[in-house]
Design a protein around this ligand. Structure first.
Ligand SMILES: [Zn+2]
Length: 179
């Protein structure tokens, strides 16, 4: 089967002290027994993640769909500037906060954001630069130096998402990715 992920990404390009916050959130998830404490090979790609644990049953609407039997079932923590995309490389809608035009099918690019030159995106229609988080992306993407990706987990309950928002003390984007 193909893999799937849900990422929780703060709506901040540069989350302050992102590694300290990453550790704090990991400790919180371990304390709830949502993930295991020891990093293992349980995510897609390189590096280790934190495998699913029993408490995960309480934070998803459909616990039977949890990937207990899969080898790719863990939490991946990202602390580098990353574009969290949908894996499909297709944006249906991208609305500029300044002129309200939909530039999804224009030649916009994330190069200056990815290379840390800017936290803004330049609109192809009006030429104005605006904070990347003030644009409306459909489907949702995430842009930050911090992110929490659950591999092959079903939909997370609103309560746990609210918990993330409180811990991060900012708004979050939820990015669904299909590979
Ligand atoms: Zn514009």
């Amino acid at each position: 089967m193909s893999d799937y992920s849900i990422s929780i990404v703060p709506r901040l390009s540069n989350y302050p002290e992102n590694e300290i916050k990453a550790k704090e959130i990991l400790d919180w998830l371990i304390s709830l027994d949502i993930v295991e404490a020891n990093p293992t090979d349980c995510i897609l790609g390189e590096g280790n993640g934190y495998a699913i644990s029993q408490g995960a049953m309480k934070v998803v609407a459909h616990p039977k769909e949890l990937p207990i039997e899969l080898s790719v079932n863990g939490l991946e923590i990202t602390t580098e500037r990353t574009v969290f995309d949908t894996g499909e490389n297709f944006t249906e809608q991208l609305i500029c906060p300044n002129c309200q035009e939909d530039i999804a099918f224009e030649d916009w690019d994330l190069e200056s954001w990815s290379s840390e030159k800017s936290d803004d995106l330049t609109c192809n229609a009006c030429g104005v630069q605006s904070n990347i988080h003030s644009y409306t992306f459909e489907p949702q993407m995430g842009f930050s130096n911090l992110g929490f990706t659950f591999w092959n987990w079903p939909e997370l309950k609103p309560e746990i998402l609210k918990g993330f928002e409180e811990k991060l003390n900012c708004e979050i984007d939820i990015v669904y990715r299909h590979l």
